[in-house]
Design a protein around this ligand. Structure first.
Ligand SMILES: [Zn+2]
Length: 292
């Protein structure tokens, strides 16, 4: 499975610099020419389950992805995210300020996800008590609130780096079976590293949540990278930055720990576009060999 992740990561490494082939695809109803820049939808990135695309439309345009409104910055910039279970096709529709409309069909590459069995977890962490469930709901609401933010900044333009170095001990999308019971898929990447190793901000942003002691996530941080894109860092030992603080890519934000529901010290790194969990490994090059 690491192979698949590495393969996607390699493709992803190029995304930041290219205006993607989606614009030249036969499926592109909006027209496959430089006219895109004037009359259409510019997109960067690849369309695959778990991927992020960066787009731009004319100022004042309104946009929908499969009939769901997509917030567009005043600059015309917007983000599209495809979840783990994204279907084979998605349609973008645009209404321009002057009333013209355009639409484009995106073909979304489908992936295969592995089944990951984790045994030996504390039973109460797999099947929480009613009191714990209440706490879990309240904590999830805090994360959801941080993820719901729409900040008119393009911090994500810094690009992304791995927030920690280490062995990849869990990949995006795996169907998890905990102590033999099927649970929600894993929407992040786990990086195993010794307790106390530095965790850095994967991209520029503003800290939107810095919270100690969640049931599942332990000590957790969320960074807002703008336009609805955020990253989460869970199971930390220490939180080194505060809510509202502006952080730059590479800046230490915490240390690796084993807080929350874990089997050992590691960083859980997730990337979300609003509530859609994306694959962080698609945003960075393969983990350097020394870290494996
Ligand atoms: Zn994880």
């Amino acid at each position: 499975m690491w192979m698949a992740a590495a393969r996607y990561a390699c493709i992803a490494a190029a995304w930041a610099s290219l205006v993607l082939a989606a614009g030249a695809s036969p499926a592109n109803a909006a027209g496959a020419s430089p006219a895109n820049a004037a009359g259409g939808i510019n997109l960067e990135g690849i369309a695959v389950q778990g991927s992020l695309m960066i787009g731009r439309v004319e100022v004042g345009a309104k946009l929908w992805l499969d009939d769901v409104p997509v917030p567009v910055a005043k600059s015309g910039e917007f983000l599209l995210g495809f979840g783990r279970n994204a279907g084979r096709k998605a349609r973008i529709k645009v209404t321009f300020a002057d009333g013209r409309t355009a639409s484009r069909l995106l073909r979304i590459e489908q992936r295969e996800f592995k089944i990951e069995r984790i045994d030996g977890l504390e039973p109460k962490k797999v099947t929480p008590s009613p009191e714990d469930l209440e706490r879990i709901r309240a904590e999830k609401a805090l994360i959801d609130k941080a993820r719901a933010r729409f900040t008119e900044k393009s911090y994500f333009r810094s690009g992304f780096i791995w927030p920690a170095q280490g062995r990849i001990s869990g990949v995006y999308g795996s169907q998890r079976v905990l102590n033999g019971e099927a649970r929600a898929p894993h929407l992040g990447v786990d990086i195993a590293a010794p307790k106390g190793s530095l965790v850095v901000a994967a991209a520029d942003g503003v800290v939107s949540l810095s919270y100690n002691g969640m049931f599942f996530s332990g000590n957790v941080m969320v960074i807002d990278h703008g336009l609805g894109l955020g990253s989460i860092y869970a199971h930390l030992e220490r939180l080194l930055v505060k809510e509202g603080q502006r952080v730059e890519q590479g800046q230490p934000i915490g240390t690796v720990g084993a807080t929350g529901r874990v089997t050992g010290p590691h960083l859980h790194w997730g990337v979300n576009l609003f509530r859609v969990g994306l694959d962080p490994a698609l945003l960075v090059p393969a983990m350097p060999a020394a870290g494996k």
